[in-house]
Design a protein around this ligand. Structure first.
Ligand code: T3D
Length: 269
């Protein structure tokens, strides 16, 4: 049973719920497919920061209220769109901090994509460590249709996830990609039946929450850092990471639990 940790009215742009060590953040502007306004950005970043700062939280899930996950920028928000708005400043103020926050969380982040994810909404999901999508969900790099380039990390993420040809194809055409196809080409972790989304994500989040969070965050950091490196530098990076983790509680606990044939209790973040 989820326990609300933020007594937010329904109109709040994000809802925050906790169940054990799993913190769920729900984008909550369903009438506009949870598209980003300045207020939603502020609330989302605050919720992510709060989860990062709370030692009890060991996995974060982000999802959308209603039939969509997130349709990207709210194109009707006068504060963030329109003729006289410096879009570069909007990206610097909102999307860059959001993407960096997700990619540096001390715990794993799972996107539960319940419906369409378009524009920055799609790339916000792809910033997460795991994307589990309902079969009826879809991913749209909608930027080209309004004369923009992929943002919220899309230019970096897409070619790394699916290769240059598919990245360019998706970004230039803005075609809708079904969740099943997104899984097939390696854009996302899993596509599941709509009715199974909640239970699949809960099971994954609980499993991740029981794992050594610090090692998982280091794994993300090391994989991302190794991408532009040559093999030798990546080996050195691995040695440095193992050196650090080898002094941490969770390594001792993991080995002790293995030897004693008991379940480990990981606490590091
Ligand atoms: O400042 C900047 O602009 C820079 C930042 C850029 C980052 C970006 O994300 S750029 C990309 C912005 N997003 C889009 O271009 C996507 C626009 N939306 C769509 O193409 C479609 O809505 C979808 C393909 C996502 C879903 O289509 P469908 O047919 O399922 O739903 P719908 O009827 O189009 O939308 C439902 C409602 O949500 C509708 O409102 P209404 O008519 O019922 O009152 C629609 O206007 C609203 N909505 C959907 N997307 C947005 C939106 N309202 C504002 N902004 C949106 N992005």
């Amino acid at each position: 049973m989820n326990t609300p940790t933020t007594p937010a009215p329904d109109a709040a742009p994000v809802r925050v719920d906790s169940a054990g060590a799993v913190r769920t953040i729900t984008l909550n502007r369903p009438a506009a497919l949870n598209s980003f306004t300045g207020a939603m950005h502020a609330a989302l970043l605050a919720a992510l920061n709060a989860a990062a700062d709370d030692a009890q939280v060991r996995c974060v899930v982000v999802t959308g209220a209603g039939r969509g996950f997130c349709a990207g920028q709210d194109l009707g928000d006068p504060a963030m769109s329109g003729d006289h708005v410096d879009i570069g400043a909007v990206i610097e103020r909102h999307y860059r901090p959001l993407a960096l926050r997700v990619r540096t969380m001390p715990v794993p982040v799972v996107a539960a994509v319940n419906g369409v994810a378009a524009g920055a909404g799609a790339n916000f999901a792809l910033c997460c460590d795991f994307v589990v999508a309902a079969r009826s969900a879809s991913f749209i790099q909608a930027f080209s249709k309004i004369g923009l380039v992929p943002d919220c990390g899309g230019t970096w993420l897409l070619p790394r996830l699916v290769g240059r040809a598919r990245a360019l194809g998706l970004a230039m055409t803005g075609e809708k990609l079904a969740a099943e196809e997104a899984e097939r080409i390696g854009l996302i972790w899993k596509c599941v039946d709509d009715a199974a989304l909640h239970s699949s994500v809960s099971a994954l989040a609980e499993r991740l929450a029981a794992m050594p969070a610090r090692a998982l965050a280091e794994t993300r950091r090391a994989l991302d850092a190794a991408m532009p490196m040559d093999f030798g530098d990546a080996l050195a990076l691995e040695a440095a990471a193992q050196r650090e983790l080898g002094h941490a509680h969770d390594y001792a606990e993991g080995v002790a639990a293995f030897m004693a044939k008991r379940a480990p209790v990981f606490v590091d973040r």
